[in-house]
Design a protein around this ligand. Sequence first.
Ligand code: MG
Length: 251
Amino acid sequence: MKRIILCAFALVACILGIQAQTQVIAHRGFWKTEGSAQNSITALEKAAEAQLYGSEFDVLMTVDGKLVVNHDNKIEEMVIPETPYKKLKKLRIKNGEKLPTLKNYLKKGKKLDIQLILEAKPLPTKEMEDQAIANIVKMVKKMGLENQVEYISFSLNMCEQLAKLTPASEIAYLNGDIAPAELKKKGINGIDYHKGVLLNKHPEWIKEAHDLGMKVNVWTVNKESEMKQLIDMKVDFITTDQPLEVKELLK
Ligand code: MG
């Protein structure tokens, strides 16, 4: 519902020639909160309680094809893409929660009013990356979450696979080294670049993306001066560990 309202607003804004206001995305959930931890289900709930646009989280695939939510490739000395899920399923993350599976994470997300910003982490081979994207898209469709899940990845291959399998979704590339027009040709409809890329190296990419109808997200913005600069530069989304500070500046 939130997405439909935002789309309608974006359409009106487009007709009137004005840009929608910057929106806030919690980086790895709103984890700087009581009882929370990065990429925990609690951090997702806290992000929704804070009434943010979205909550970002990282997805990796085990060697036997199970999707789990974790940032680092390794957990307790085990390399996730080289380990079968049965060895990981009893592990706990920092706040005591079980290592979340993508399925459980999405189940919780479905009950909340927040966009789910799914980062597909690069994997050791193209075959594994293709399999992970196929499994992710299948799960998202099966759960009826196509409008609530948006995708980001550092892997150009994973972005291209997403563009093939779910072309109507929001898909943004993270690696900061490709101009928006080049991505658009591949069916990738957003950039989500490091703040240094958009503040210093290629500020012109914001307008280039907008002129092509692409969204602009920027990470990870935790300094107030940079939040202000990027709001003035009219980025669509700021991804941050300090979501309440950005919200305050937008008031
Ligand atoms: Mg991430």
